[in-house]
Design a protein. Structure first.
Length: 293
């Protein structure tokens, strides 16, 4: 259903507000440079700093601008189940192709609570769900047995996972339990190459914001089984993968984008501060290695 290089889009801000013209232009640039799907209002999109109206507006703009050229996987997660359902229903009405649903954060639900949360969403809305497991941010870990049970219960609704656990053996556990049609996407750019060997089919990426063409070429090489070329591209991109997290995300990513495009600012929203000078130096050096400087 989804594969290849899928940027978790930054949300452009200017003077504290959503910069709609810049976002439309950014969506076009991503598609023109080979991104295979788009994720608005994820972690990198600073969705946690948006009010609901702005959140839905951002998804709507992305769907409208993509115009069917690539799928849109709307960030809909919440630590409140009813709010998550609302985001899903609105995203479906706006024309999104799927919902990216992060495991509820802060509440620290049990595996039984996670099973109930995602089951409720799958039963109440028919928008396909891509689970998102990122325990480094949410604290709660969506364990393989829970993922497999959800995929078994709702094969037409819960269609895949973005896994940022850092544990590649889970890809095999998911395949053995949920089958090869269950769409597995990496949530960690540095692990995407290894993920293909285990059975992942792409990455919901931070780096693709800055280097969409290079990331698309990397994923195309992986999909073609040309791992010599994939390793070459991975090594060119690897310093950038790391540098974009040299400061609180997405400050370094927005700094890099502002360097590339005069129509984008580096503006973030508190509590994310502007990219530090030390991190900027790392980004500058990594962009040179990647051929972006």
């Amino acid at each position: 259903m989804f594969s290849g290089s899928i940027p978790a889009l930054v949300t452009p801000f200017r003077d504290g507000a959503l910069d709609e013209p810049a976002f439309r232009r950014f969506v076009d640039w991503q598609i023109d440079n080979g991104s295979s799907a788009l994720v608005p209002c994820g972690t990198t999109g600073e969705a946690s700093t948006m009010d609901n109206e702005e959140h839905h507006r951002t998804i709507g703009i992305c769907v409208e601008r993509a115009a069917g050229r690539v799928p849109v996987i709307a960030g809909c997660g919440s630590n409140d189940t009813k709010t998550a359902l609302w985001h899903m229903q609105v995203s479906k009405d706006l024309g999104a192709d799927a919902a990216l649903m992060v495991a509820p954060y802060y509440n620290r639900p049990s595996q039984a609570g996670l099973l109930a949360h995602f089951s409720y969403l799958a039963e109440q809305c028919d928008l396909p769900i891509v689970l998102y497991n990122v325990p480094g941010r949410t604290v709660t870990d969506l364990l393989p047995e829970t993922v497999v049970e959800l995929a078994r219960r709702y094969p037409e609704r819960i269609v895949g996972i973005k896994d940022a656990s850092g544990d590649l053996q889970r890809v095999v556990q998911h395949r053995l339990g949920a089958g090869s049609k269950f769409c597995q996407l990496s949530g960690d750019d540095p692990l995407a190459l290894g993920g293909y060997a285990f059975g992942q089919v792409g990455c919901i990426s931070v780096t693709a914001n800055v280097a969409p063409k290079q990331c698309a070429e990397f994923h195309a090489a992986c999909q073609a089984g040309d791992f010599a070329r994939a390793r070459e591209l991975n090594e060119r991109l690897f310093p950038l993968h790391k540098a974009l997290f040299a400061d609180a995300s997405p400050s370094a990513t927005k700094y890099a984008l502002a360097r590339l495009h005069n129509w984008l600012t580096a503006d973030t929203r508190l509590p994310i501060a502007a990219c530090s000078d030390e991190a900027k130096k790392k980004v500058d050096a990594a962009m040179e290695v990647a051929g972006l400087a």
